[in-house]
Design a protein around this ligand. Structure first.
Ligand code: DOR
Ligand code: ZN
Length: 349
């Protein structure tokens, strides 16, 4: 069986820079026509920095078949002029990282600083720049961090009704329902990994668990929640409202950042780009919703971002394969697991 979809977009990816970028860019560019490049690692706080990273990315992909969409990080130094300059540099979105919640968020915003960002949000609203949220409240209360952040975001939704905003990598049922209740200017992205895993898998006791052993490659932020949350995300991913779309949050880390015996630490992030579309086709088939996959990957996000739908298609084939244990020297998402679909190729028009 063959499934041909309009070429998809990934509205949330970490491509990094330097050698890591060189290694990983092809996995995103070989499936997606466009990807929204996150600004945390390396930190990208201004339009000119975004331009430099875009040029670096374009050295590793074919510009005719892949377009990086650039973002900046909002920090306490961001000003309305930062937004105007970024807009002139072609930046499409700015991202809030609450301080300390994930990789590269030390320069992020405290809740107090967030409340001082009104002039910046107003400038974004004026120029039509999208506001992306890492929606986790900083500090203790990890498993409730997403729920606790929603009222903070809602204040910005109410104060800036023409500002388009995205709750990134939704991880809870409450997050899904919150996006549904918000006006149409608010959407949410859903990752591949949050559709597959629960906290039990991270703890080694779920379907993808391995004998009760902690799984560093299933550690990411926001952390996986329980099965009811996972089901709510699946329902959102297949709904036709247009409010939910794909942002893989593929976030590669060198193996010594995932397993560092000396430091005794493990970085948050899952390298899902190599399996993204194959895993999604397998999941949507399991949900009896293959006919909804194209909306999720190739239409809803583009419409929300005000971009034309992509030309060309991606061809998926129903053929079982086992995800390799390593890709580009890293452990990809679902390493060692069997997927029922694979990517057969790209048709560029
Ligand atoms: O798991 C994650 N990894 N979540 C994020 O928000 C950041 C990302 C990264 O950059 O590694
Ligand atoms: Zn991310």
């Amino acid at each position: 069986m063959i499934l041909k979809l309009r070429r998809p977009d990934d509205f949330h990816v970490h491509l990094r820079d330097g050698e890591m970028l060189r290694q990983v860019a092809q996995y995103t560019a070989s499936q997606f026509a466009r990807a929204l490049v996150m600004p945390n690692v390396p930190p990208i706080d201004t339009g000119p920095q975004a331009e430099r990273l875009r040029n670096e990315i374009l050295q590793h992909v074919s510009p005719a078949s892949f377009t990086p969409l650039m973002t900046i990080r909002l920090t306490e130094k961001s000003m309305p002029e930062t937004i105007h300059e970024a807009k002139r540099c072609g930046v499409v979105a700015a991202k809030v990282y609450p301080q300390g919640v994930t990789t590269g968020s030390h320069g992020g915003l405290t809740i107090d600083q967030l409340q001082q960002m009104g002039a910046v949000f107003a400038a974004m609203q004026d120029v039509g720049m999208i506001l992306c949220w890492h929606g986790e409240f900083p500090g203790p209360g990890w498993l409730q961090a997403e729920q606790r952040m929603l009222p903070e975001i809602r204040k910005v939704v109410d104060d800036f009704p023409r500002l388009r905003q995205v709750l990134e990598h939704i991880s809870t049922r409450e997050g899904v329902e919150w996006v549904r209740r918000c006006p149409d200017m608010v959407a949410g992205t859903i990752t591949v990994h949050h559709l597959f895993l629960t906290l039990d898998d991270l703890g080694g006791r779920g379907k993808f668990g391995r004998g009760g052993m902690l799984q560093p490659h299933y550690f990411y932020a926001p952390i996986a929640k329980d099965d009811s949350d996972r089901q709510a995300l699946a329902e959102a991913a297949i709904e036709p409202s247009g409010k939910f779309f794909l942002g893989t949050d593929s976030a590669p880390h060198p193996i010594d950042r995932k397993f560092n015996v000396d430091a005794g630490c493990c970085a948050a992030g899952v390298f899902s780009a190599p399996v993204a579309m194959a895993a999604l086709a397998s999941k949507f088939e399991e949900l009896n919703a293959l006919d909804r996959l194209e909306g999720f990957t190739s239409a809803h996000g583009a419409r929300f971002y005000g971009l034309p739908l992509n030309e060309g298609s991606i061809v998926l084939e129903k053929q079982a394969w086992v995800v390799p244990e390593t890709v580009a020297g890293m452990v990809p998402f679902l390493a060692g697991e069997e997927l029922s679909w694979r990517v057969a190729g790209i048709d560029n028009v």
